[in-house]
Structure formats: structure tokens, C-alpha cells
Design a protein around this ligand. Structure first.
Ligand code: SF4
Length: 247
């Protein structure tokens, strides 16, 4: 389980890895999309290294702006079983961390339809599993959330004459995984215990790992059974500045 101290040390020791991440992202072609950010309805899965890149960005922000992001991200963590919220980094039609956006964001729209369908099928299985887990706790998640899928995108266009295919994308994804893997057990923990979810990581920094899950159950139960959001509002109002001092 990560503590603030662990994150601070990881950030201090990640200069070369973060540079490697940037260089690997640069292997992807630059793109444009006329439906800009229309698909940004979820926080994508990411590696630990990508999460650290964004935490670093949060650390470097003015505190009021950072707090707004932290509140959005924690709100996303608690609300995602009951609502399709927008990605916490989206404001209007702008991604506010565009230069550090995750591989999942960059690759969306570049996969072949065939490969994207495979990814979607896997995503559906994960959601079915999650629905069963919540059901075993006595809660039925809304179909609008369980059945939601980001559709295959036909609107992303590659600038110039660059070319990319699934094999190249998978190589880039493997490279990012390998660089992040240099954090060995931390990289594995982020994937296995936190499900590659930055919102879960930040929530656990605020409340603890098990406590975050318990709190999430209470918030989700209240929203599903009574529509009551006051528990969540209180959590958000009382959040500390989690990323302050992590530099
Ligand atoms: S990080 Fe940015 S590009 Fe990625 S889903 Fe969020 S808003 Fe969209």
C-alpha cells in the first residue's frame, strides 16, 4: 500500500523514467480530432509511471488549482459506479493535462476496429464482474453505467504522412509498461491492488486503502438507495491538499 512518503520517494527517483515516458509518447504520431474530447467520459487505466507523471503535474500546480483537481478525482472515484461522469481532467472541451495525458488517451482512435473490439470485450467482462461484486453486497449498479462503452472512434486523423498500426501501438504500450516496471513491486501493486486507477490511489492516500473501499460502499449505497449525496459532498469539502509537499 502506498503512503504519501512512498509517492514522494518515487517522484524523487523517477526523473529518468519520466523522461523515458516522454520519449516513448513521442513515438506516437500527432493527431487531430474534430469531436475533440467527446470521448473523455472515463479516466483511462494507466501504469504507475503515468500516474506519477500526473501527480508530479499536480504537485507543481498552484494549490487552489490542485485542490480542484484532487476534488474532481476523488469525486470520480466515489461516483463512477453510479454515474458516467466526465474524466476529472476535462474542463469544457479541454484536457487540462494534455501534455501528460495517458497512453490510453493517445492510442484511442488509433487502434484498428478489430483490436478495439477486443479491448471493449475485455472491458465488458470487467464490468460484469464488478456488477456481480456489488450485487453480492446487495447493491444493483445502474445499467447506464454497467452497459456504457466508449464507442470505436472514426474521427481521429493522423497529422502528415505518419503511419501507426496495432503492432506498433502494442510495442509502445509494452515499452511504457517496461519503464514503469523498473519500480518493480510498486508498479505491480498499483496494477494489482489499485487496478491501475489514479483515483483509487489518491483516495487511499486520503483515507487508507481498505477505508476507501468501505467509504465508497457507503457513498454508493446512499446514492443508489436514497439519492443522498451529502456524504460525498462532506468528503469532498473536507479533503486535505493531498499532493502538497510531495515534491
Ligand atoms: S486525461 Fe485528458 S485526454 Fe485523457 S480522458 Fe481525461 S480529459 Fe480526455
Amino acid at each position: 500500500m502506498f503512503s504519501r512518503h512512498d509517492i514522494k520517494k518515487l517522484l524523487q527517483n523517477s526523473v529518468h523514467q519520466l523522461q523515458g515516458l516522454k520519449e516513448t509518447y513521442a513515438l506516437l504520431p500527432s493527431t487531430r480530432c474534430r469531436r475533440k474530447t467527446n470521448c473523455c467520459s472515463m479516466l483511462p487505466e494507466m501504469t504507475l509511471l503515468e500516474a506519477l507523471a500526473v501527480i508530479k503535474r499536480l504537485v507543481d500546480m498552484p494549490s487552489a488549482m490542485r485542490m480542484r483537481f484532487v476534488q474532481n478525482i476523488i469525486g470520480y472515484f466515489f461516483l463512477n459506479p453510479v454515474e458516467i461522469t466526465l474524466c476529472p481532467f476535462l474542463e469544457g472541451q479541454d484536457c487540462l493535462i494534455y501534455a501528460d495525458r495517458f497512453f490510453g488517451c493517445r492510442a484511442y482512435g488509433l487502434w484498428s476496429q478489430e483490436y478495439y473490439e477486443k479491448l471493449s470485450a475485455h472491458d465488458r467482462l470487467v464490468k460484469i464482474h464488478l456488477r456481480k461484486q456489488w450485487k453480492s453486497l446487495g447493491l444493483s449498479l445502474p445499467s447506464k453505467v454497467v452497459d456504457f462503452q466508449v464507442p470505436y472512434c472514426i474521427y481521429v486523423e493522423i497529422d502528415g504522412h505518419a503511419f501507426i498500426d496495432d503492432k506498433m501501438l502494442l510495442n509502445i504500450s509494452d515499452t511504457i509498461e517496461a519503464i514503469s516496471g523498473r519500480f518493480s513491486q510498486w508498479h505491480q501493486s498499483f496494477s494489482r491492488m489499485y487496478f491501475s486507477d489514479l483515483s483509487f490511489l489518491l483516495s487511499s492516500l486520503a483515507f487508507g486503502l481498505t477505508e476507501s473501499i468501505q467509504l465508497k460502499f457507503t457513498v454508493v449505497r446512499d446514492i443508489i438507495t436514497t439519492g443522498n449525496m451529502t456524504g460525498l459532498e462532506k468528503i469532498i469539502d473536507e479533503l486535505p491538499d493531498l499532493c502538497a509537499g510531495l515534491a
